[in-house]
Design a protein around this ligand. Structure first.
Ligand code: A3P
Length: 296
């Protein structure tokens, strides 16, 4: 196993006011100068919004539903993580990307203002997957409990407070979802929702395929939906992050493929926490009517 910069829980540092794991920040210049090419596709999300799910769907679409081809390597090798950069270049998303021939599929959690300029200059398409904030923060909490590279999450109530203040890695959920929403018609951004994917996966797979200019028969669309259910992905060693060692993902605490549901927030938010959250949500979202659903 290669030595990572962050062998234990890291602190956060800031890039243009956005908190991020400090080991990324040391190499920020590499991210800023990253060269995207025409045809590269960016999958952008706030953490825990269904990134891996979207990645698997996209890879299957681009490979006409061929699951064997999509099992050629783990997710982070097939579709590298743009801003994950550290001193050992072989572990860095950018190094992996530089070795791949365009068009590449690239994952990012960066808010829109930090996306390297070359993506816009090259006219790259972007798929943005958003998830309602209550389920997102619950998922993020359990992830930070098990991902030993992330800062110590503290108690659930402390964690929720940090989320509401935009103090978690990658910053404010509100700014993130609003940033991509506002630009979706000016740029080639397909804005999707986790809840819609749960409700009708085949419909959303079809939308993604159309956005990517892929004409697929209905049987392939439904095959992709079947191969990307929570149960199917949980069993797929190339899509469930089982390649990440237990020294980084403490699976005794939680699993990466945890529940994959809409509405799990009800098992975590107290009535008081929910009232305070609703109040903030109404204020923060008043000017941008993004149709989030908290249950389906
Ligand atoms: P939970 O923690 O609520 O289970 P990301 O990939 O952005 O880190 O998001 C991870 C979340 O998406 C986790 O949510 C995970 O279980 C869920 N997820 C991953 N694949 C999924 C799938 N095929 N169907 C539903 N949820 C999925």
């Amino acid at each position: 196993m290669k030595k990572m910069d962050c062998q234990t829980r890291c602190s956060l540092a800031e890039v243009q006011g956005i908190p991020m794991p400090e080991f990324f920040v040391s190499y920020w210049e590499r991210v800023e100068k990253f060269q995207a090419f025409k045809g590269d596709l960016l999958i952008a999300t706030y953490p825990k919004s269904g990134t891996t799910w979207t990645q698997e769907i996209v890879d299957l679409i681009l490979n006409q539903g061929d699951i064997k081809k999509c099992m050629r390597a783990p997710t982070d090798e097939r579709m590298p993580f743009l801003e994950w950069t550290e001193s050992d270049p072989t572990l860095s998303g950018i190094t992996r990307l530089q070795k791949m021939d365009p068009p590449r599929v690239i994952k990012t959690h960066l808010p829109i203002q930090l996306v390297p300029h070359s993506f816009w200059k090259a006219g790259c398409k972007v798929i943005y997957m958003a998830r309602n904030p209550k389920d997102t923060v619950v998922s993020y909490f359990h992830f930070d409990r098990m991902d030993l590279t992330q800062p110590e999450p503290g108690s659930w109530s402390e964690y929720l407070e940090k989320f509401m203040k935009g103090q978690l890695a990658w910053g404010s959920w509100y700014d993130h979802v609003k940033g991509y929403w506002r630009e979706r018609e000016n740029k080639a951004i397909l804005y999707l929702f986790f809840e819609d994917m749960k409700e009708d996966p085949a419909r959303e797979v079809r939308r993604i395929a159309e956005f990517l200019g892929q004409q697929l028969p209905e049987s392939t669309i439904s095959g992709i939906a079947q191969n990307t259910t929570f149960t199917a992905m949980r069993k797929n060693p190339m899509a469930n992050y089982s390649s990440i060692p237990d020294t980084i993902f403490d699976r005794k605490v939680s699993d990466f493929m945890r529940k994959g549901e809409v509405g799990d927030w009800r098992n975590h938010f107290s009535p008081e926490q929910n009232a305070v959250f609703e109040d903030q949500y109404k204020k923060m979202m008043a000017n941008v009517p993004i149709p989030f659903r908290f249950e389906i």
